[in-house]
Design a protein around this ligand. Structure first.
Ligand code: SAM
Length: 451
């Protein structure tokens, strides 16, 4: 491995609790592999494995498997997430867990690590907007949120400034900012080879712009979480100082006495942050801070509106879901989606301001008296548990995911969900002695199978 950049080490030497030799030694070790289980699809895959101390459903794996060849990964049973960043759970828990009716924005959300974590903490009537400005990355985010399977997680693809128009709209905003990436030196050799001081400066400018753009959309008393995977104080403590100069907030601290290896830092102007160094914790480099907005902001008011609920389509598609408590709305030319009844006003408000690429749960579209279910229904935690289906082995599941023949002789006619370990992977439509695979082509596994 290339030597660590001198400016990074010089900067970190200013941090209490930093030890240069153990830090350099930690960078000779491989990155840690960790996963977080989906509590709504709870299957015992990692029982007995070491738990991530600061995340309820986080586990360390002894080695890195080929996740693409695990059907449980495709069914959304778990998400592969770097352990340090799971600390977001502890920061948000007091404001999110067991609290209903929240609106949360995850502004820089792809590929979806923080968003799937936030989603797992939500009550059904709370709403998470996961945004990613870069379109191809928004596609990946959409796929990962679809696997996670919740109706109350939507995906947008906008520049942060577009959210500024929703004054006082969000209860919580998470900014996992694009950064110089030094915290990932162990995981990603390119982060090390590409690192420059100039890029740190560029990142700082962008981080300040992003925060200023969305600050108006946070309500008074709302919570802002700011995080990076950078070691640089310029992208962390100095950004907290800049926020203190520009806006009004009170810092938020959390209890870390059970994990004293996490470094608690107070920025010169009072911001409170937490640093994760691979030499001290089992995880990669990470920084996170939370604050409560104390400025007065107008509260976004929903205007009165005419409901877009389509009862006829709800009746046609209703057999797909176990819950009857949803609205059926037209989200595209032919396609309908299911929303929590309390989120219709959000749909109407947001579509005026941002590009909604996934609103609620895609249900599919009518075709005469039949209904063509969207792929997403098969992965939804709201899907009707008794919906006809076949439970398949790992090998058959991988063949299905490769859109190849599963070698099953006869399947009851009609739409069937292909399940592995009881969790849906996608649809087939059976004609009895043969079937059509409805897994979207772009989701097909391209790797060679290992059997
Ligand atoms: N939160 C993600 C997760 O946990 O999986 C990781 C987010 S990554 C650190 C930062 C994200 O910000 C990237 O997906 C990147 O595409 C996005 N980004 C890049 N430039 C941006 C900008 N100007 N405004 C907002 N987001 C940006």
């Amino acid at each position: 491995m290339k030597p660590l950049p001198k400016p990074v080490l010089r900067d970190l030497n200013e941090i209490e609790g930093f030890d240069e030799s153990t830090f350099i030694a930690a960078h000779q070790l491989p990155a840690v592999t960790s996963v977080r289980v989906n509590p709504n699809k709870n299957i015992d895959l990692f029982k007995g494995m070491e738990q991530v101390p600061w995340a309820n459903a986080g586990y360390y794996l002894p080695s890195r498997p080929v996740f693409t060849l695990d059907p449980n990964f495709h069914s959304g049973a778990y998400y592969v997430q770097e352990a340090s960043s799971m600390f977001l759970e502890r920061m948000l828990a007091p404001f999110v867990k067991n609290k209903g009716g929240l609106r949360i924005l995850d502004l820089c959300a792809a590929p979806g690590g923080k968003s799937t974590l936030i989603a797992s903490m939500l009550q059904p009537d709370s709403l998470l907007i996961s945004n990613e400005v870069i379109r191809p990355r928004a596609t990946i985010l959409d796929e990962n949120m679809t696997r996670w399977g919740q109706m109350n997680t939507w995906v947008t693809s906008n520049d942060p400034r577009d959210f500024g128009r929703l004054e006082g709209y969000f209860d919580v905003i998470v900014i996992d900012a694009p950064c110089s990436g030094s915290g990932l030196f162990r995981k990603d050799e390119k982060a090390l080879t590409d690192w420059t001081e100039d890029n740190v400066q560029l990142c700082c400018d962008r981080q300040r712009r992003i925060i200023a753009d969305v600050w108006p959309s946070l309500k008074t008393d709302g919570i802002l979480v700011y995080a990076t995977c950078s070691y640089s104080t310029a992208e962390n403590e100095t950004i907290l100082d800049w926020i203190a100069d520009e806006f009004s907030f009170s810092p938020i601290s959390v209890d870390t006495t059970d994990v004293p290896e996490i470094i608690s830092v107070v920025a010169p102007r009072g911001g409170q942050g937490y640093r994760f160094l691979p030499s001290r914790v089992k995880g990669e480099g990470f920084f996170i801070a939370a604050m409560r907005k104390t400025e007065l902001t107008d509260n976004y008011l929903h205007k009165r509106f005419k409901s877009g609920h389509d009862k006829k389509m709800a009746d046609l598609s209703g057999y797909l879901l176990k819950t009857g408590d949803y609205l059926c709305i037209k989200t595209d030319k032919e396609d309908y989606s299911a929303l929590h009844p309390l989120h219709e006003a959000d749909w109407l408000a947001l579509q005026k301001v941002v590009y909604l690429r996934k609103t609620g749960l895609r249900l599919g579209s009518p075709a005469g008296k039949d209904w063509v279910p969207a792929h997403e229904v098969a992965l939804s935690v709201d899907a009707e548990g008794d919906f006809p289906g076949i439970n398949v082995s790992r090998e058959q599941a991988l063949l299905f995911l490769k859109r190849e023949d599963m070698g099953i002789e006869s399947i009851d006619k009609g739409w069937q969900i292909v399940r592995h370990n009881g969790l849906g992977l996608g649809f087939i439509k059976s004609l009895g002695n043969r079937y059509n695979n409805y897994l979207p082509k772009h989701l097909r596994i391209r790797m060679d199978l290992d059997f």
